[in-house]
Every structure is written in C-alpha cells, then in structure tokens.
Design a protein around this ligand. Structure first.
Ligand code: PAF
Length: 280
C-alpha cells in the first residue's frame, strides 16, 4: 500500500491508475478508523479495482469551540487498518497542502446543508463540501463511499455532485453498531462507561420509532414526541434535535413515507456530541 502526502504525488498516482483503465473508489475519512470506516473500505474494494483512502482532519469543518485540536490522530494504526481492509493507497496531506497560505475558495451548498447540523454547526458543511470537492478534483474517483450514519453529509454531498456535475457516484454504506446498539463513531472514545450507557438512548429511540412505523404509525409529531420522551429519561442526555426529514432534502415532512424518511437525532451526552439516524 502506498502512502502519499503531497497533492502532486496524489494527482500523479491517480492519473496513473486512470491511464491503466482502473476504476477508482475514494473513501474520505478523518482517521481514528474503526470498524465502520473499514466497512466503507471493504465496500469500496468490492466496487472498484483501486481504493484510495484519505486521512485528513479537516480544520474548516470544525467550529471555533469544537474538538479540532483534540480530535484523535493515530496515523500508524490507521495505515495498518487501511492495508488490511484492502486500500491500494492512503492520502495523508498536511493542512498546508490542502489549505496553503492565502487559501480563499470555499464551496457552500445552500439548501440541504441548512437545517439540523447546519443550525448548530454553521460552518461545518462548508468545510465538508470544500474538502470533498478538492479530493474529488485531485483524485477524480469514479465513486466515493460515505457512511449513512452522517445522513445529512451524504445528502449534501450528493446535492453538490449533482449541482456541480462532478460525475462521482456517491455510495452510502449502512451504519455499523456495537451489539448494544451504539452507532460506531470516532467520538465514542470520549465517552466514559456511564456516559456510554446513557448514549444508548439514541439508538433505542431510533429503534422504537422504527417499530412504531412498522406498526403503522405515520404521524411525525407522535414519533418525535416518543423519541424525545425516551431521550429525556437520561440525565446526561440533552437533545439538540430530533427531526423526521426527507432523506434527500433534509426538509421536515408532514407524514412518514417509509423508505424515504429518516429520524435524525443529535444530542449532547454531557460534553460529547453524538448524532445518529435511521431510515423509517
Ligand atoms: O465524515 C467525515 O469523516 C468527514 O466529514 C469527511 C467526509 C472525511 C470530510 O472531512
């Protein structure tokens, strides 16, 4: 497996793959890789001959009071995991490679990015779309794989790809969960055992909503009320949002349309911010 850290080396490597007629899949990550990321790499490997993983803790998607400086960084372990999962190359640029001094061009998607995460993290998606567009431009992958756990991120990136005619297929991989239901996330490591126990309220609320929909419930207010009630039973959990939205536009809906509607949750568990969602 190759490790490339400069933009020019990455561009030449990807151009070489294209010249050989290889189909390229990109898996963009911020490192601190867990089984969820590895499932994205494996899915990518099943869809393309050449899998490139990027590991870049992207400063522009963190707000001023967020965890950019303490975001976990463990490159050596990540590289070993990428190799084992079937990556051909890993792109590990330094911040100055992606945002050299004087950098001033950003991409904003202005509809899908507005609600939910967009309200509480106003700069987040601008940073995500900018870095993902840059990765797409320099690697020019045929497809890119993202986790459905970040449902709004997937929807925003799909919209950017459509609006800018980027011609990259966006594949969303199912959320992986621990056996107790907690969605895998690099931020789970911030949780103490007691906080982790309370964090399970999110997946329980999602499961309950899925059960209610399976039993015929379609009323959004009932489903949101039940989810909020379940979350409120835990002292450490403070709900940021609990919303039933269209999975493509992230707009709130009047009624659940099975398969097209998600319940999206964000909550603080003490000082740890978690998000989760499920398709209803
Ligand atoms: O989901 C993530 O890890 C990041 O938002 C991404 C897509 C790698 C962009 O920095």
């Amino acid at each position: 497996m190759q490790t490339l850290s400069s933009v020019s080396a990455m561009q030449s490597f990807a151009a070489g793959l294209r010249a050989q007629g290889k189909r390229i899949a990109l898996v963009p990550t911020m490192g601190a890789l867990h089984e969820g990321h590895l499932s994205l790499i494996r899915l990518a490997a099943s869809r393309a001959e050449a899998v490139i993983v990027s590991i870049f803790v992207n400063p522009t998607q963190f707000g001023p009071s967020e965890d950019f400086s303490r975001y976990p960084r463990e490159l050596e372990a990540d590289l070993a995991k990428c190799a084992a999962a079937g990556a051909l190359a890993v792109f590990t640029p330094a911040v100055e490679e992606i945002y050299p001094k004087g950098y001033s061009t950003f991409i904003t998607e202005e509809a899908v990015a507005r609600p939910l995460e967009g309200v509480s993290r106003p700069v987040h998606f601008r940073g995500v779309t900018t870095v993902v567009a840059k990765l797409f431009n320099l690697i020019r992958p045929d497809l890119a794989v993202f986790g459905q756990k970040d449902a709004q991120q997937v929807a925003v990136i799909r919209k950017m790809v459509a609006d800018l005619h980027l011609g990259v297929e966006i594949v969303a991989a199912p959320t992986l969960r621990d056996p107790d239901g907690l969605a895998l996330s690099s931020r789970n490591r911030y949780l103490t055992l007691t906080q982790r126990a309370d964090a399970l309220a999110l997946s329980r609320a999602l499961r309950r909503a899925q059960e209610m929909v399976a039993h015929g419930e379609r009323r959004v207010d009932r489903l949101v009320a039940e989810a909020t009630h379940l979350l409120a039973q835990h002292r450490r959990v403070r709900v940021i949002y609990a919303a039933i939205v269209d999975r493509d536009t992230m707009e709130t809906v009047r009624e659940v349309r099975p398969g097209q509607t998600i319940l999206a949750l964000a909550a603080w568990v003490d000082e740890v911010r978690l998000i989760d969602n499920e398709i209803l």
